[in-house]
Design a protein around this ligand. Sequence first.
Ligand code: ARG
Length: 644
Amino acid sequence: IQSVNDLAKTLKILGIEEVPQAPNTHPELNPVDLYRSHITDLLATATGVDQNIIYPVLQWTQTLDMGDLVLPVPALRIKGKKPNELAEDIASKLSETALIEKPAAGGTFIKFIFKPDPLRQIVIPSILKNGNAYGFNPHLGLRDPTDPSKGRKKIIVEFSSPNIAKPFHAGHLRSTIIGGFLSNLYDGAGWDVTRMNYLGDWGKQYGVLALGFEKYGNEEALLANPIAHLYDVYVRISGEQHAEDEKIKAKKEEIAALQKENKDVTEQTTELQNMVDDGVDEAARKYFKQMVDGDEAALGIWKRFRDLSIEKYKRTYGRLNIHYDEYSGESQVKDESMDKAAKTLEDTGVSERSEGAVLVDLTRWNKKLGKALVKKKDGTSLYLTRDIGAAAERMDKYNFDKMIYVVASQQDQHLAQLFKIMEVMGRKDIAERCTHVNFGMVLGMSTRRGTAKFLDDILETVGERMHDVMRANQAKYEQVEDPEKTADILGISAVMIQDMTGKRINNYNFDMDRMCSFEGDTGPYLQYAHARLSSITRKASDVSSADLLTADYTLLSEPHAINLVRSLAQWPDVFMNTIKTQEPVTVLTYLFKMTHALSSSYDHLQVVGSEPALKTARLALYVAARQVLGNGMRLLGLTPLERG
Ligand code: ARG
């Protein structure tokens, strides 16, 4: 990691005596901060506006034509003149400096362009020295930015949260991808992150599952693939349950018809009673009751299903570089927590009884929130009740500063109800720290084998497709060391990048052809870009990393080289902006822009065959680009490929 001293040495060579040290300024991590401080000084002198107002409004730009930083003049809050005129006015007072070209006004903005020479000398070593840390900012998560000993802020990211013995559907896939990304984002910002998976693992259906296993279960199949096997068992037993329901319904109709004709129904009633008593439904209810009452045998079986499923999930999540700190779940919520919440709800007059059940009439606060049931007639808890208890438990356990629920927008209402109930029952401390990060649907997520049901199947199918795409280029294919593994990583990248391509809230089509293409803004394209940079680095392995740090960067004089450096300088600001948007597409848009700049550079900036000093300078630029691309990809959750 680059120290402030390191940077000071570089700056001294450029004639800059002091490293800016204002709060929230970290030029040793983010070279643009140096420019921000410098320009803030200039503007403060020219306008008399307070530095603290100027610094935060100097914005990063989406396209380099707009400049490297811009100042939206209205943000200075100077009264009296029109922003256009003011911009002209201020710009005319500013001149060229050692770091920047003469600033120019453009409408209500002033645009600042960094001079290439110092920029190259500051940015390239910053990237090379900071390595995997370049772009991230661990100060953001400090409780007190001026005193690291006060510790870091705590965040829980709850994501993926599939249901045991049920399909892993598109909503879970998106939650996994987006939640993994958000966890990495907060990690990169220095927060103390707890990754939590809140499994759907409680309710009468787990009684059904246990019965099904007694009948159809197979020990070998369970151990081989617990998730798929339990699902099969569940489908069979619930099919049976459904058939029984039909028969019971028919019998009831028969009885009703007979009664109409005033016939004796004693025999039919006994039959009906026997059907109900011997049926799956009743047995499942009893079984689940045993689980609720803590019967060890019943719980033991269920726990085994849960543990085996988690083991399997862990392996699959591992393929996506996701590792959870806690596998919680609906089953883990303690009765005490729910009882305590129920009591508070009652004592505060928030809940009311209605025909034996308990509900909260949220329309008192917000019409749209409707009425929410918190206890069923038979006294059992609901999905919502468990979430209320869980939120309170998490606060006790982690004392979090923020908690994110990454859940599909189909559950907007559920989470809005949850947060409101927490607030009105007197747990504003929890409610105001919670956010729901939602997202749209995936349309047409089916594969050749039919509709994919498990995460593994989805990844398998896409991996196979990537393997086909790779085989199409036989010559290249033969050079790939481990085609199986490479295809797997490419497939995962394809799925993830497609998911991250739009704003989270948008729906998108699961399009295998498109996501698996090496052309266009796809996962394989990014992987290819990274592999190509890695190959350039390998081919110039005679140049040492010390050589790269002392290269003569002034040789990088072509417009392509300069623009690439400017683009690389933006990465830390892109990261900062992503914290605000919480959108993977913010990162992705940048990475594609950067890799496009890169791919149009190769013909102009060749490494092999150039004379040694130039070769070293260009190589330094490519190594820096590889670092930035890799850092961005890892933030998204991808495994950057070395060879493609
Ligand atoms: N298991 C739920 C489902 O599949 C998602 C859980 C979301 N998280 C929560 N705290 N409610 O629909």
